[in-house]
Design a protein around this ligand. Structure first.
Ligand code: SF4
Ligand code: SF4
Length: 347
């Protein structure tokens, strides 16, 4: 064989080995976005992989259970995530993930970075919802606040946060975090364009409006009702009108083609669990000009009846889907509502 022939042969061999390497890496396997690239700064000094807990395994994998809130041992956290990901790559799913609807077969990469981040490291709130874990468990109310910005700086400085990352902020009440507005601008200054803010809607934030107007954030406000009477029963505070006014204020900043103000309804046993309740909520949101709605089911209620979901609850969820469709309104079904809906469609 001529020199040119040998050279071409070697080149072809290298090309084939590169293709094989890529094909080998690009193998589908079961995992989830949180297992791969998620992190949660939870209350009670805990760092987790996710906050899902509505499935049989009950989720909430712990990465660190005594975080001091001052300095993050990044190598340790990254190593733990890596071990977890390696385990998944050998076909072993953690027990706490069993039955979770987030698991799916896909091409997952092997890089170390975070792109799903939930900040929920404080429980202080200006409402007292009857379904709130922090209200039910007094120990959680003691959860100490720490400033999350220096911790996130550590991660950004090490290049561990993807520019496409989604940041969700919850609590407690997001707007009550002492560093809340600073945090929002810290994130946007760091290049983050996808911020999800969960709020009671009781305290207005000009920074949220600003980010809504620039399509950098969305706000989710759970009103669970269409009038002050039911609202007060659920929230244990008398701020229905304040919240409605604040929804209107945020909506003024939403661009015409955007859906950045999301109003949520959590179905609660014997309180707001009728088609009429959902219909009135729907009519109220429509009159306010809300373009995106979200529906969920109280987690404790769901956990008790998950194996025997009452027919009327399924009907409510189907009704909500139908009425949203007819009126061309975007309705997202959140965790429990989504699981119930999928279980109906499986039959
Ligand atoms: S599979 Fe479910 S429980 Fe497990 S990490 Fe993902 S979201 Fe959480
Ligand atoms: S608004 Fe959220 S954090 Fe506040 S009490 Fe209700 S569920 Fe809990």
């Amino acid at each position: 064989m001529s020199d040119a022939g040998v050279y071409m042969f070697q080149k072809a061999g290298k090309l084939i080995s590169d293709i094989n390497f890529k094909l080998k890496r690009k193998k589908k396997f079961i995992s989830c976005k949180w297992l791969e690239h998620g992190i949660i700064f939870d209350h009670a000094k805990i760092i987790r992989v996710c906050c899902e807990q509505s499935h049989p395994g009950k989720g909430r994998y712990v990465l660190e259970d005594n975080f001091n809130g001052l300095w993050l041992d990044i190598d340790k956290v990254i190593n733990e995530k890596k071990q977890l990901r390696n385990m998944i790559r050998t076909g072993h799913i953690p027990d706490c993930c069993i039955g979770c609807s987030f698991l799916k077969e896909d091409y997952w990469d092997d890089e170390d970075y975070f792109d799903e981040i939930l900040l929920t490291h404080w429980t202080k709130c200006n409402a007292q919802c009857i379904y709130c874990p922090a209200v039910k468990d007094e120990n959680l109310l003691d959860s100490q606040h720490y400033n999350i910005i220096p911790i996130l700086s550590q991660l950004f400085d090490k290049g561990l946060i993807s520019k496409k990352a989604k940041f969700s902020i919850a609590g407690g009440e997001s707007t009550l975090y002492p560093e809340f507005e600073k945090l929002l601008y810290f994130l946007t200054d760091s290049g983050i364009t996808n911020i999800n803010i969960n709020s009671s809607g009781i305290r207005y934030s000009a920074a949220i409006s600003d980010l809504i107007s620039r399509n950098l954030a969305e706000i989710v406000i759970s009103i669970d009702s269409s009038d002050a009477f039911i609202y007060n029963l659920i929230k244990n505070v008398d701020f229905f009108d304040v919240v409605i006014d604040n929804i209107k204020r945020y909506l003024k900043y939403e661009q015409i083609s955007e859906e950045r103000v999301i109003v949520k309804f959590i179905l609660i046993n014997s309180i707001n669990d009728s088609i009429t309740d959902v219909l009135h909520w729907f009519i109220l949101c429509n009159s306010l000009g809300v373009k995106k709605l979200a529906l969920d089911v109280d987690i404790d209620w769901y956990n008790k009846m998950r194996n025997d979901v009452p027919e009327y609850l399924k009907e409510i969820i189907l009704f909500a889907k139908k009425i949203a469709e007819i009126n061309n309104v975007h309705l997202d079904l959140y965790d429990r509502a989504d699981m119930i809906y999928k279980s109906i469609n499986k039959k």
